[in-house]
Design a protein around this ligand. Structure first.
Ligand code: AMP
Ligand code: GLY
Length: 427
């Protein structure tokens, strides 16, 4: 069948790579795409904010499946519109995508259906939010309610910081995403990402990962979209995965169905593994980026078959198998990221690095300029390696990083440190 993938990041390159390998795929199209995705798919220039244009493209090109990568079009209702036009689409409709689009909505669902998460308050004005803060103590977490590209969260270690965060939100720093604020309990433990593919009624566990959000080594410096990840997350052993399915994922799926907004697509739970078990930090309604890159490396089964089962409501007949390996990805970014970056620097020696055994290079912000690949954004490359354990995958990924000739790029040098220490018995 012909498939259309929407998106342009490293996540979408990994999805394109997996989808292009499926025996079910005839032609894969991608929009907007990037220079790496162009190896796997035919790039098409579509305005992804224009559902009518996407629908007519699908009809003209006999598209049998649309896969929506990022959250913004899902929250905006792209999947609803495609499905209304009779086009099979992997990804939640707008009502279900509120699990990512509104942190307050998710907290209310958790409260109503007894899903473990921190205590919280929801506020649409500054005085009430400050009054709530006055009754609590630091550390405490202040969040803009809506989509803020990962920048709307302040983990406040002092009450001063918490108050500043509240004032920033109501001063309009996050635009419409900050019309409301959520203030929540600070959870302590180890963080992990857990994924489930859902068809509205059934959820199938789809692996775990840990990412590194801070820009600097040792988890220091400002937050980013993610500087690296590895899968599986050692803290997510079989028992913890089962508890997460039983206590968090399955109750959420049942809750969304009961609320009249059944969830179809990828449910990505950001978890804190606390002393009493898994607690939900937040939901995303799509694959993580760069977590998707490591999941696709380890996936043994055909991703298109799994996505089609989610669309058809037949996931109860599907099982998902993984390679018994660790995959680790290192993000290379343009210097200056997560601040402003200069576009256009030339990246050399990519082919030699990609040819290393066990290595896949997924592109994020890249562009082809004549015969060169040039940087076209903040996060640019995902150097991904698969090996028998975390230390080996880490060594291989950094060997490939070192083979790349890109003076204007940088990466963290310690991706996977926690898992490597655990492997060595020093954690
Ligand atoms: P989010 O964008 O909601 O994933 O938040 C970004 C990061 O803030 C998370 O990955 C956590 O490290 C941290 N965080 C968010 N909420 C909490 C919480 N309730 N307790 C502790 N840390 C949190
Ligand atoms: N890497 C975190 C995210 O995709 O939200």
């Amino acid at each position: 069948m012909n498939i259309l993938l929407i998106g342009s990041g490293g996540r979408e390159h990994a999805l394109a790579w997996a989808i292009a390998n499926s025996p079910l795929t005839d032609t894969l199209f991608c929009s907007p795409g990037n220079a790496g995705i162009a190896h796997e798919a035919e790039i098409v220039a579509l305005n992804i904010d224009d559902p009518a244009a996407i629908i007519s493209f699908c009809n003209l090109n006999s598209i049998g499946l649309v896969v929506v990568g990022p959250e913004a079009p899902l929250v905006a209702g792209l999947a609803d519109k495609l499905r209304s036009a009779g086009i099979t689409t992997f990804g939640p409709d707008a009502a279900a995508a509120r699990l990512e689009g509104s942190k307050g909505f998710t907290k209310d669902i958790c409260a109503k259906y007894n899903i473990p998460t921190g205590t919280y308050g929801r506020f649409d004005n500054e005085p009430d939010a400050l009054a709530y803060l006055a009754k609590h103590s630091a550390p405490i977490v202040v969040k803009a309610d809506g989509l803020a590209a990962g920048k709307g969260v302040t983990v406040a270690m002092t009450m001063d910081d918490a108050e500043t965060a509240v004032r920033d939100i109501f001063a309009g720093r996050f635009g419409a995403a900050g019309a409301e604020a959520v203030i929540e309990e600070y959870l302590e433990g180890e963080e992990a990402s857990f994924f489930a593919i859902c068809d509205g009624a059934t959820a199938v566990a789809f692996g775990s990962a840990q990412d590194h959000k801070c820009v600097g080594d040792g988890d220091t410096g400002p937050n980013t979209g993610g500087m690296g990840a590895y899968s599986p997350a050692p803290v997510m052993d079989e028992a913890m995965c089962r508890r997460t399915m039983d206590e968090i994922i399955n109750p959420t799926l049942a809750a969304m169905a009961a609320e009249g907004a059944p969830f179809q697509g990828v449910l990505f739970a950001g978890l804190m593994i606390t002393a009493t078990g898994p607690q939900l930090i937040e939901y995303n309604v799509r694959f993580g980026d760069p977590e998707c890159q490591v999941l696709m490396m380890r996936l043994k089964d055909d991703v298109v078959t799994i996505m089609l089962a989610a669309c058809a409501g037949t996931l109860d007949k599907v099982s998902v198998r993984w390679r018994d390996t660790t995959a680790l990805t290192v993000v290379m970014a343009t210097e200056g990221y997560p601040g402003d970056v200069q576009k256009g620097s030339v990246i050399g020696n990519l082919d030699a690095a990609a040819a290393m055994k066990g290595v896949q290079i997924f592109h994020a912000g890249t562009k082809r300029d004549d015969s060169n690949i040039v940087a076209n954004g903040g996060r640019v490359l995902n150097i991904t390696a698969q090996a028998g354990n975390v230390a080996e995958a880490q060594g291989l990924a950094y060997a490939a990083v070192d083979a790349i000739d890109w003076p204007q790029g940088f990466c963290r040098r310690d991706i996977g440190w926690r898992a490597v220490a655990r492997e060595k018995g020093t954690a």
